[in-house]
Design a binder for this molecule. Structure first.
Ligand SMILES: NC(=O)c1ccc[n+]([C@@H]2O[C@H](COP(=O)([O-])OP(=O)(O)OC[C@H]3O[C@@H](n4cnc5c(N)ncnc54)[C@H](OP(=O)(O)O)[C@@H]3O)[C@@H](O)[C@H]2O)c1
Length: 244
């Protein structure tokens, strides 16, 4: 099991938590699924019995993914565009799909040149990952709140703990993404508390230094969230691969 670092207030909010008994039979969307980590996640989720919806902006990469992981539903959407995400949510709802999980993978890297090198152009490019996270989590928040066992996760970076001048843009976007993910978790905890029900949803931040070679570790950790009590993992930061 991965090491769990500092829980935040969201998990403490929960009256009592509940494990959701595994991911089998649940529907999970991978947002930005066409990288190696997306492929590993689609495989692990499918092997564990989940229904996977893989979303990307490149049709040919999605077709490759569908071929590599039979049974995966693929959807083209530009997750940086609010309308495109709304259209995606409408398509899924029209098919009667309700999500139980979201893994956010839209990322990207630009940096170098010290602080003076942190150009606005690079910042705007990096910001797309936070924009996609905001759009996707808002579009499917009602689904996750309605699930009997929802799990949502982002992949952040150890740069949040140790930001470098030459990676300030990147660290700032990742820090903002972590704040957003913890806010999602606080929303889950508040909804459960207000309803007088146990917490069954969790939002988790995974942190890695470098993802290469850790794709399966990430995938297994994400699948494993459904075997943990929501209250134990909601609002936590989980270091993967040796941590920070
Ligand atoms: N790689 C690392 O060492 C590392 C380290 C720390 C944290 N992380 C984080 O881990 C996560 C996964 O990393 P990764 O390298 O697998 O991610 P990635 O390749 O940067 O992004 C994942 C996928 O998202 C897709 N995508 C990008 N913009 C999109 C958009 N607007 N709409 C739809 N799809 C879009 C990309 O598709 P295209 O192929 O079409 O661009 C890509 O296949 C990211 O959040 C990253 O920041 C990675």
């Amino acid at each position: 099991m991965p090491e769990t670092h500092g829980s935040v207030a969201a998990s403490a909010d929960a009256a009592s938590g509940a494990s959701s008994g595994g991911v089998a039979g649940r529907t999970v969307l991978i947002a930005g699924a066409t990288s190696a980590s997306g492929l590993a996640a689609a495989r692990a989720l499918t092997d564990a019995g989940a229904d996977v919806i893989a979303v990307g902006r490149d049709r040919s990469k999605l077709d490759d993914l569908a071929e590599a992981v039979p049974g995966t539903r693929v959807e083209v959407a530009d997750l940086g565009q609010e309308e495109s995400v709304a259209d995606l949510a409408d398509r899924l709802r029209a098919d009667g799909v309700r999500l139980d999980g979201v893994l956010h993978l839209v990322g990207g890297w630009r940096g170098g040149g010290g602080l003076a090198g942190q150009s606005d152009d690079d910042y705007r490019a990096l910001e797309q990952s936070l924009t996609a996270l905001r759009h996707v989590s808002r579009a499917f928040d009602a689904d996750l709140r309605g699930s009997t066992g929802a799990r949502e996760a982002i992949v952040s970076s150890t740069a949040v703990e140790r930001p470098l001048a030459g990676g300030a843009n990147y660290a700032a976007v990742k820090a903002a993404s972590e704040a957003w993910a913890r806010a999602v978790g606080q929303g889950f905890a508040k909804a459960a508390r207000d309803a007088g029900e146990p917490l069954v949803a969790a939002s988790v931040v995974f942190r890695v230094k470098a993802l290469s070679g850790l794709e399966s570790t990430l995938a297994d950790a994400f699948v494993g969230l459904w075997r943990s009590d929501a209250a134990d993992v909601n609002g936590t930061v989980v270091a993967l691969g040796g941590g920070d």
